[in-house]
Design a protein around this ligand. Structure first.
Ligand SMILES: [Zn+2]
Length: 321
């Protein structure tokens, strides 16, 4: 499959990165309708796609790439978690493919996420207005790295909001708890959940023969992990369980294809945030005074640093109160 990457017409939403003969990562191009990464896995006569991007146009390109690379229609799509940058393209793949997620992700998508999409669809005008305001603010940002990130964010938001009239919220039809395996004629893919860390329920795809894990947002490379919906302590324990698998390559939820080193980085980051907030609370200092530690300053998703601090602050103070 990997040898057909060069003959793919390409997509403005992602670049294809061959990870193994039968595993190709679709790495998001910032500022387009993809936002998150996806993966295409050829199991032999059976194609598994992991995650479906933030817009229908990006998902259509992903489907075309999967069909080109494998020469087959897509058989299964798994959503690693419910966030819209991993699930919005679902409708592009049905009814041809079966959509799979954990029971927890299915529940979230069928309730909270369904309502949220309906709210977005009813508030498009307002959303476009606030994107316009954000674009003006972005022009005044003096830090060049932050300005570039804000410009990407605004461009992606615009594509997302422009797509909303065509979006049909599409939830998985097959669910699993703990684990399920998909067997193709060449290899098997293990769909595994160790519970919820980044969200209420996170799933990974493990390919033992290739020593590859498609990990969703449990690991981001060169990006601040996003703790807004997280259980940080569970997240750390999930990463420890993934470390005990035989893994060499990680396809992260955002950023370039990486290795266990970036998994270690995420563990370090989460622990660091917990320590920083705990010390601030003990010393009765405001978390507003905390700045991004040196080793994370080159990472993207800069604006999530502050929201990560307040999420952990809320968790710490709630458990004390
Ligand atoms: Zn996410």
């Amino acid at each position: 499959m990997r040898n057909r990457i060069e003959s793919f017409t390409g997509s403005r939403h992602f670049r294809l990165h061959g990870v193994a003969d039968s595993v190709v990562a679709a790495v998001a191009v910032p500022g387009t309708g993809s936002l998150a990464n996806a993966a295409i896995i050829d199991l032999g006569g059976t194609t598994l796609v992991v995650d479906t991007f933030a817009t229908l146009e990006a998902a259509q390109d992903l489907k075309a790439a999967a069909e080109h690379l494998t020469g087959n229609p897509v058989t299964y799509v798994m959503n690693t978690h419910w966030h819209s940058d991993h699930t919005s393209g679902n409708q592009v793949f049905v009814p041809g493919a079966k959509l799979i997620a954990t029971s927890g992700t299915y529940e979230m998508m069928n309730t909270f996420a369904r309502d949220r999409v309906a709210q977005y669809q009813n508030n498009r005008e307002k959303m476009l207005e606030s994107i316009g305001e954000a674009e003006l603010q972005c022009g005044q940002e003096t830090d060049p790295k932050l300005q570039r990130e804000l410009a990407w964010e605004n461009a992606t938001d615009r594509e997302f909001v422009n797509m909303l009239p065509q979006l049909v919220h599409t939830v998985p039809s097959v669910t699993f708890d703990q684990q399920m395996t998909i067997h193709g004629s060449n290899r098997s893919a293990q769909l595994i959940t160790y519970g919820g860390g980044h969200t209420l329920s996170d799933a990974i795809v493990y390919l033992p023969e290739d020593k590859v894990v498609v990990i969703g947002d449990l690991v981001l490379s060169n990006h601040h992990p996003v703790l807004a919906n997280a259980n940080p302590h569970e997240w750390l324990s999930i990463l420890e369980q993934i470390e005990s698998l035989d893994v060499e390559t990680i396809i992260p939820g955002h950023g370039e294809v990486c290795s266990l080193r970036q998994l270690q980085d995420v563990k370090g980051y989460i622990s660091r945030i917990i320590t920083m907030v705990t010390e601030a609370v003990q010393n009765q200092r405001s978390i507003e005074e905390l700045t991004i530690p040196e080793e994370y300053r080159a990472w993207y998703f800069t604006t999530y640093f502050k929201t990560n601090l307040s999420k952990v602050y809320d968790l710490i103070t709630a458990s004390e109160g």
